[in-house]
Design a protein around this ligand. Structure first.
Ligand SMILES: [Fe+2]
Length: 249
């Protein structure tokens, strides 16, 4: 609903209720009007599906159009719908989704942990993919490249270690490059939809790079060949976004 439409309906509702609410005082009056406004206008869902920042086929030939349609419109949407159906204090806070993830502990209900992670991880993953790939080598630049070379000897060594860890994730999960709590780069993995922001993560830190290795991310094109998917993913890493995340530390 547009802001203008919302405001119009709100004013109409309030005018119509003037004679009833006029006899009420102070907080009682405000509460009564708020209740009526909510009932008349409904409430906006707390979570909304962010649009994919490029066309579904923009990652071809490395990730196909149909995979992107299903991955974004069905899987990511399902996390959003489940979050909006959940009743949990973390979800009600007016803080960023990143801050909400940082509050996820072993005591957090699985419904919240899985779907908040699912929403946050995918929102970031879409941004960390670069549309319209070219033939040019896709390499990190600037400060992140320096840090990678310093810590892993070379980009190829880093790439090998990251790919190997992503390949070895048992079942569904994510592979990450993070800045850990000692301010060093670290490659780490999480199961299901957990992420390194959460208190439940073995390695916690600020996310720089994310790779979704759930089968839904690649199965239509690659079937069981996760190694091929990972190998091709390097062609569409959005290093500019990774640099931004790295520099925000
Ligand atoms: Fe996914």
């Amino acid at each position: 609903m547009s802001d203008n439409r919302r405001e119009f309906l709100k004013k109409s509702a309030l005018l119509g209720l003037g004679s009833i609410a006029g006899s009420l005082l102070g907080e009682t009056k405000i509460n009564a009007l708020n209740t009526v406004e909510t009932n008349l206008l409904g409430t906006e869902p707390a979570f909304t599906l962010p649009p994919l920042p490029y066309a579904y086929d923009a990652l071809e030939p490395f990730i196909d159009k149909q995979t992107m349609e299903i991955h974004h419109d069905k899987h990511h949407k399902a996390y959003i719908d489940k979050l909006n159906g959940a009743d949990n204090n973390i979800l009600k806070l007016t803080v960023s989704d990143e801050q909400k993830c940082k509050m996820v502990s072993a005591d957090t209900p699985a419904l919240v942990r899985n779907n908040l992670g699912g929403h946050f991880n995918h929102s970031l993953f879409w941004q960390l993919l670069k549309p319209n790939p070219t033939q040019a080598p896709n390499l990190p630049a600037s400060k992140l490249a320096e840090a990678v070379n310093q810590q892993y000897k070379s980009f190829d060594d880093f790439k090998r270690e990251f790919s190997d860890k992503a390949l070895k994730i048992f079942g569904s999960g994510w592979c990450w490059l993070i800045i850990d709590e000692t301010k060093k780069l670290r490659i780490t993995t999480t199961a299901n939809q957990d992420n390194p922001l959460m208190q439940v993560a073995a390695d916690k830190g600020q996310i720089v790079l994310a790779l979704d290795v759930w089968e839904h991310a690649y199965y239509l094109k690659y079937q069981n060949k996760r190694a091929d998917y990972i190998n091709n993913w390097w062609n569409i890493v959005n290093w500019q976004k990774a640099e931004e995340l790295f520099s925000a530390k």
